[in-house]
Each structure stands twice: as structure tokens, then as C-alpha cells.
Design a protein around this ligand. Structure first.
Ligand SMILES: Nc1ncnc2c1ncn2[C@@H]1O[C@H](COP(=O)(O)OP(=O)(O)OP(=O)(O)O)[C@@H](O)[C@H]1O
Ligand SMILES: [Mg+2]
Length: 245
């Protein structure tokens, strides 16, 4: 029964090697331990847990950016795209927004210059930016505008699954609300699934259908969002909810 699943992660374990002490002895640190979950087609799955618990590591593993892991990551869709926390460092400062947005299409290789331009214009409109942004560079935009460009760049190749790693935590609260609304609108329009990584339980409550709670590299609880907020099963989940009040 895999047809409504967009991603399956089974028994995923990841470790980092780090050098310790004067002689650079190698030490292995388990960062993800036996992580198992699915993302269903069209769902927004929240991933919460304190800083350092392994959320970004999990995202990187799913995107194929990590070498050393065991377990299975089974994709049932096109390659997922990523939206990062810091929209500034994610964008090439030397290039214009038009160039940046065309780049995934150039790599895709299927579209000529006119088609690419047409798609870039359409995508800019869908993320609430004007076509005049095309000739600007990232530093000429506000933080919120830059995050809109990152979202456009992720969606321009029609992914089915988008991984958003703290996509609004670097933004002002009013801008956060606008970007969250945009992500919700685009989800409808593109029938997207999201893995939505956040520290902020209130944001998770607004956007997510289901939530997994991670502590020290392990999933301690996963439940529908209403269920999780009404009846948290794990003490650690209760702590996170209390901290968000
Ligand atoms: N490239 C790396 N090499 C060695 N250790 C790493 C590396 N990247 C992350 N770590 C360690 O792995 C653990 C998990 O890091 P990760 O970035 O996945 O946490 P996170 O949950 O995303 O935290 P945050 O909420 O602060 O973004 C941390 O202890 C971190 O120090
Ligand atoms: Mg992180």
C-alpha cells in the first residue's frame, strides 16, 4: 500500500564522525536513531524538537545530501525541493532573480529560453512578486521578498514534496504570517506535500496536519496535530507545548 505515500523513511540511522582531542582521534556520534515515518500525498507533516536534535540532518538525508546512513529512504515522487531558514545565504548574490529562477529549468534541460522566461514570470506572480524583480539581485530585496524567491525557486520545477527547514524563523512576525499564508496557498494550488521543520509549536499548529516530535535523534511521538495538542502522550511533547504557551 504505497500509492498514497510520497515518502517512506524506514529505520534511518545517521552518524557524524568528529575529531576529538589533541591527536584528532575520530569519534562517531549517532545523530538519528531508527527514525521511521511516512509522508502522505498532500499532507503537511511537522517536524519539531529542540535545537541539535537532528531535524536538519534528517532533511539532508532525505535530499540525498548525506553519505553515511543506514536504513531506507523511499521516494514515490520527483526529487523533493528544499526551502531554507536563511533566504539570503540560499541565493547566489552575484546573479539576478531572473537568472536564479531560470537556473533549475536550465538544469532540467527541457525548456527553451522563451519557455523558461514565461515560467519564471508565472512563478513570480504566484509567490506575490512583480516581474520587475527579475532584474534585481538578492541584496536589493527585503527578507520576506527573498524568501518568496526561494519558494519560487523550489516550486519552479513542479516538485510534489517540499522540505521547509524553519522557513520563517529568520523573518519578522508580520512577514512570517504572510509567508505561511503563501505556503498554505501554494500547497492547494500545487497539491504539495510539505515536511515542515519548526521550533515554533504555534506555527506548526496553524499549518500542519500531522506532527512528529524528535528528541536526541529519535522520534518520541507522532500524531495528528489536533490529537497532539489535545492529548500529548510524551512528557517531552508536553514540555514543548508548555514552552509555546
Ligand atoms: N556536518 C556535521 N558534522 C558533525 N556534526 C554535525 C554536522 N551537522 C550537524 N552536526 C551535529 O548533529 C546534531 C544535529 O544537528 P542538526 O543540524 O540536524 O540539528 P537541528 O535539529 O536541525 O538543530 P537546529 O534546530 O538548531 O537547526 C547536532 O549535535 C550537530 O552539532
Ligand atoms: Mg536545523
Amino acid at each position: 500500500m504505497a500509492e498514497n505515500k510520497i515518502l517512506e523513511v524506514k529505520d534511518l540511522c545517521c552518524s557524524y564522525q568528529k575529531s576529538v582531542g589533541l591527536f584528532g582521534k575520530k569519534e562517531t556520534r549517532q545523530v538519528l536513531q531508527h527514525v521511521t515515518f511516512d509522508i502522505h500525498s498532500g499532507e503537511v507533516l511537522g517536524l519539531v524538537g529542540e535545537s541539535g536534535c537532528g531535524k536538519t540532518t534528517l532533511a539532508r538525508a532525505i535530499l540525498g545530501m548525506l553519505g553515511g546512513y543506514s536504513g531506507q529512504i523511499i521516494h514515490h515522487s520527483r526529487r523533493p525541493q528544499m526551502i531554507f531558514q536563511d533566504p539570503f545565504s540560499a541565493l547566489n548574490p552575484a546573479r539576478t532573480v531572473g537568472w536564479i529562477l531560470e537556473e533549475p529549468l536550465r538544469i532540467y534541460g527541457k525548456y527553451d529560453a522563451a519557455e523558461r522566461r514565461c515560467r519564471v514570470e508565472e512563478m513570480l506572480e504566484q509567490v506575490g512578486l512583480s516581474a520587475s524583480c527579475m532584474s534585481r539581485r538578492p541584496h536589493e530585496l527585503s527578507g520576506g521578498q527573498r524568501q518568496r524567491v526561494c519558494i519560487a525557486s523550489a516550486l519552479i520545477v513542479w516538485p510534489r514534496l517540499v522540505i521547509a527547514d524553519e522557513p520563517v524563523s529568520a523573518l519578522d512576525v508580520t512577514i512570517q504570517a504572510q509567508i505561511l499564508q503563501l505556503l498554505a496557498d501554494l500547497r492547494q494550488q500545487y497539491e504539495l506535500s510539505y515536511l515542515f521543520i519548526s521550533h515554533d509549536m504555534n506555527v506548526v499548529y496553524q499549518l500542519c496536519d500531522r506532527v512528529i516530535v524528535m528528541k536526541e535523534g529519535q522520534i518520541v511521538e507522532q500524531a495528528a496535530v489536533d490529537e497532539l495538542f489535545a492529548h500529548p502522550q510524551h512528557e517531552y511533547t508536553r514540555q514543548l507545548l508548555r514552552a509555546a504557551e
